[in-house]
Design a binder for this molecule. Structure first.
Ligand code: ZN
Length: 275
């Protein structure tokens, strides 16, 4: 079996909250339990949303929790050349085309209006990837089989936005391949992005990683914890309680008092239905 490579890929838009700790801990424990490497990547491809210094704060928080990563931290903001190369490859394959539709014109499921050529010359264009009218599926290690018909459910999707920023879907696929990631462990809010990413992996000839989507942590109102829903930052001095709560959320066995929690987490790590 090849070496396991996991990763945690936060967006540096603010401090880590309990939901990000759950995602970080799950990917860390899952990689370490199999003697694998664990990488950290800053998903700062959407630069306008990023906050200066948030990356360093995130890394300090991971250190505070004892979650040590391997190698250099990758920054998407430094990866433009790799994304451009991937887009060129998609163009050569005839799999990408320019689109001049506004978000409103494009609608929820893009109908492929610009497949035969962008309609409005001179307007900034986005680049979209063609999808096919077939089921694209994968076996999630927790959620089981998940399939989408990309043509019906999503439509041709954007890989380079009209404002010149590369889309998350392309960046994540290029980076996972470049970093040799074998196991993607992340929140279930990204479950329905996965078939688009598999479409790109297949077009670009990348290996398909295994996927494990962990349940999303919500607040009392049922909203996903995030900066937008004003999730509180992880407070200092509460590391033990927070780690215990995260392990409990992930359905892991309760650790006895006094045990070294991270070592326990790795030794006992188990993945079952619904975790
Ligand atoms: Zn269009």
């Amino acid at each position: 079996m090849n070496e396991v490579v996991g990763r945690f890929a936060p967006s540096p838009t603010g401090p880590l909250h309990f939901g990000s700790l759950v995602a970080a801990l799950a990917s860390w424990a899952d990689a370490r339990a199999r003697g694998g490497r664990w990488l950290v990547r800053m998903e700062d491809v959407d630069e306008p949303r990023c906050v200066a210094g948030a990356d360093r704060e995130i890394l300090r928080t991971l250190e505070r929790f004892g979650l040590r990563w391997d190698g250099e931290v990758m920054y998407q903001s430094a990866r433009g050349a790799a994304y451009r190369e991937a887009l060129e490859r998609l163009k050569e394959l005839g799999a990408a085309y320019a689109c001049s539709c506004s978000r409103k014109e494009a609608g929820e499921v893009y109908a492929g209006t610009c497949r035969a050529g962008a309609r409005e010359a001179g307007k900034p264009v986005a680049w979209r990837v063609r999808v096919e009218d077939v089921e694209v599926g994968f076996d999630d290690r927790v959620c089981g089989r998940f399939t989408q018909n990309l043509a019906r459910d999503v439509g041709d999707f954007v890989v380079l936005r009209a404002d010149g920023l590369f889309a998350y879907q392309l960046a994540v696929v290029v980076d996972d391949a470049a970093q040799g990631v074998t196991d993607v462990v992340r929140g279930a809010d990204l479950l329905d992005s996965t078939p688009r990413q598999i479409r790109l992996q297949r077009l670009l000839g990348y290996p398909e990683p295994r996927y494990l989507h962990v349940p999303v942590v919500t607040n009392a109102a049922g909203e996903k914890l995030s900066k937008q829903t004003l999730a509180p930052a992880l407070a200092e001095g509460r590391e033990e309680e927070d780690l215990r709560a995260a392990l409990r959320f992930l359905g892991q066995p309760e650790a006895p008092r006094g045990v070294e929690l991270l070592r326990w987490a790795v030794e006992k790590w188990r993945v079952s239905d619904g975790l």
